[in-house]
Design a protein around this ligand. Structure first.
Ligand code: ME8
Length: 668
């Protein structure tokens, strides 16, 4: 019986349309799934959408739709995008599907029957954007994941006895492969060692969720609901024979792939829920870093997303797949830019793989009537031929090793190292000159050089297939080799290219992209972004949408209300750190702050006393307008202005950073 392999992506929230951050995880999983299939594993690849919870309910309200209508639409967009990209998922789970709801309730019941769920009262801070209970936080504290202010929640809930699993979890983490990479494992271990509190797993102040069994006034907490998808999709809790068998066959998952911000949910809560239910645990949680755009995490609420469709329209899916896996060191954050995308595309795909394919196959057509030639007898062999064969054997080995360790960029680097070696080999051996000569020796040499090049091309194409399914399928067909999906990667070896193989028709696979490709993509995104900012406000009302930077002096406008970059440059925005904060006597609104901006400490009087207690500000980094003319407020001189989002009818929210930034840094 074939070995089984079960891999999952996170199920994505439907409050926002898909962007290349989501696409990144999906591509990585798709690539692993495709490789596993080519290695002969009975593979199951699951993705889906996370559709319940207060965040989605609010987003639907803001869009003027019912939650069901709204989630149908956005979930449909995810599915359409994956279809367009040819993602090879075996199933797509929606948490609003009946099959999921029933099986989820079954899981809840089972954990409750096992004695790990009890009723209690929750009072504390909650982040609506991450649907996270923020333990130990005070009102006004920011969410540790997204930095947005948390909201206070008080309600009767069901609690999960997370505290009972501390030691078992720590034992689990002793297996170094359970959480990857190592940095995430260490973070989780220290979090768990610091003590686990019981976790609320239901909500009672809204209704968009799955009712708690036997207590329909409560809905199951969206993270309990979402995590369960990994087992409900493959049949947990169903009495249908097919479903039961599928669950038995595929569970536990081999890999849950996720972004680093949801490590805690997957590495602490999820295994604890499974332990409480008496179910086997997943084998590995693999967390990758963030795609950054314009230096911060690409996310809808920050308005700095890049849509996948733009790249598909201009360069195609394979270009994006290759770029993301080659350019970003898996596990670490990586910047996305159109310039870098096009540069990689041209250097590695158009000039690299594409060029190797077209020059090799064109010469076989020209000199050998489109049939793979016979590599010659001993006299016409040179050490360079054997060096390529050795390099190819090494590449096959290395590629596999790197891939199994999720080091996609190194795997591709190794394969592209082989391409570079073959390019050099071709240049040094000048098959085009050999082709001009008719003597037996030259023909024999030409045959060997072209066979060697074509065989290396075959090896790289097979290895790269899971990464770039479309382009490699074309190259494979041009080589006359049939269906590339049938290649058994575990048997891939040098010398398997059959002599006399008749080539198919040869055409370029990666046409060169010029500068206009960058401009086109940029323009498409700029157009979208105008819309995006509006949507942000509507979609995540809890987020401090930057509607207005309080009090910024308006420079003379040009161009229909827009200002020039020079006008903007006149405003000196700097990172400062609050050293002292105190109330201004007899004022409800004003605080007197002393703010270190690197070059000096400034006194600033700010109207934020209703939103921030002075003691919560000391040590906090803020943004200040450093070159405002001084003015007096209640007799105190204010030298600068602190930047905050002013929400209509709400309190001001200070601008802040998710990454650490040095005091004094200029914002521009
Ligand atoms: O967290 N860089 O859903 P979500 C890299 N529903 N990956 C990114 C990314 C970026 N800038 N932005 C998003 C949820 N991702 C929950 C998950 S699972 C049981 C429930 C990817 O829509 C990455 O995989 O916020 C990240 O973990 C996921 O999308 C978050 O998607």
């Amino acid at each position: 019986m074939a070995r089984k392999f079960y891999i999952t992506t996170p199920i994505y929230y439907v409050n926002a349309r898909p962007h290349i951050g989501h696409t990144y995880t999906t591509i990585a999983c798709d690539t692993v799934a495709r490789r596993e299939r080519m290695l002969g594993a009975d593979t199951f690849f699951l993705t889906g959408t996370d559709e319940h919870g207060q965040k989605i309910e609010r987003a639907a309200q803001a869009a003027g739709k019912t939650p069901q209508q709204f989630t149908d639409e956005v979930s449909g967009e995810f599915r359409a995008l994956w279809r367009r990209m040819g993602i090879s998922n075996d199933d797509f789970i929606r948490t609003t599907e009946e099959r999921h709801k029933k099986r989820l309730q079954e899981l809840f019941r089972r954990i409750r029957d096992n004695g790990f769920i009890y009723k209690g009262r929750y009072k504390g801070q909650y982040c609506f954007s991450d649907e996270l209970y923020v333990d130990g936080a005070q009102p006004g504290d920011p969410c540790p994941i997204c930095g947005r202010p948390t909201e206070t929640v008080e309600e009767e809930n069901y609690f999960f006895k997370l505290s009972a699993f501390q030691n078992k979890l720590l034992e689990l983490y002793e297996n170094p492969d359970f959480i990857r990479p190592e940095t995430r494992r260490n973070e989780v271990i220290s979090f768990v060692k610091s003590g686990l509190r019981d976790q609320s797993i239901s909500r009672s102040t809204f209704s968009w969720g799955v009712p708690v069994p036997d207590d329909p006034k409560q809905v199951i907490y969206v993270w309990f609901d979402a995590l369960a998808n990994y087992i409900t999709a493959i049949g947990y809790g169903s009495s249908h024979t097919g479903a039961e068998e599928a669950f038995k066959k595929y569970w536990p998952a081999d890999v849950h792939m996720i972004g680093k911000e949801i490590v805690r949910f997957h590495c602490v809560y999820w295994p604890a829920f499974l332990m409480a239910a008496g179910l086997p645990l997943p084998k590995a949680i693999v967390a990758h870093g963030w795609l950054l755009f314009e230096e911060s995490k690409m996310s809808k609420s920050r308005g700095n997303i890049v849509r996948t469709e733009t790249i598909l329209d201009v360069l195609g899916a394979d270009a994006l797949r290759y770029f993301l896996l080659r350019e970003v060191v898996f596990g670490q954050d990586g910047s996305f830019s159109f310039d870098a995308l096009v540069q990689r595309y041209n250097s590695d795909l158009a000039n690299g793989l594409g060029n190797l394919a077209s020059r090799t196959l064109t010469m076989i057509n020209r000199y050998f009537k489109g049939e793979v030639p016979y590599p010659s007898h001993a006299a016409a062999r040179s050490p360079a031929d054997d060096a390529i064969a050795d390099a190819a054997r090494r590449t096959i080995r290395e590629f596999g090793d790197f891939f199994s360790g999720f080091q996609f960029s190194r795997a591709l680097e190794s394969a592209w190292g082989l391409i570079a070696a073959v390019d050099r080999y071709i240049v040094e051996n000048e098959p085009w000159s050999l082709g001009e000569k008719q003597d037996h020796e030259s023909r024999a040499r030409l045959a060997t050089v072209l066979y060697t090049s074509a065989e290396a091309l075959r090896v790289v194409t097979a290895l790269a297939h899971p990464v770039m399914p479309e382009a490699t399928t074309k190259i494979w067909e041009q080589m006359g080799l049939g269906d590339i999906r049938k290649v058994a990667l575990d048997e891939l070896a040098w010398g398997q290219l059959k002599l006399g193989t008749k080539l198919g028709s040869v055409s370029p696979v990666f046409p060169r992209a010029d500068k206009s490709a960058i401009e086109r993509m940029q323009q498409m995104e700029d157009q979208q972004r105008g819309v995006g900012v509006e949507e942000t406000k509507a979609v995540v009302p809890a987020a401090p949408a930057p509607e207005k930077v309080a009090g910024t002096a308006a420079p003379a406008t040009t161009n229909g209300g827009k200002i020039s970059i020079d006008d903007f440059a006149k405003v000196e925005l700097r990172v400062g750190m609050v050293k002292i904060a105190e109330r201004v006597p007899k004022s409800d609104k004003l605080l007197r702050l002393e703010i270190d901006i690197g070059s000096e400490v400034r006194q600033v009087v700010a109207g934020i006393a209703e939103a921030y207690a002075p003691e919560t500000l000391v040590g906090r980094k803020v943004v200040i307008v450093a070159n405002l003319a001084p003015r007096k407020l209640r007799g105190l001189e204010s030298n600068g202005m602190i930047v905050a989002a002013s929400l209509e009818g709400g309190k001001p929210v200070l601008a802040s950073f998710l990454e650490d930034v040095p005091v004094g840094a200029r914002l521009k």
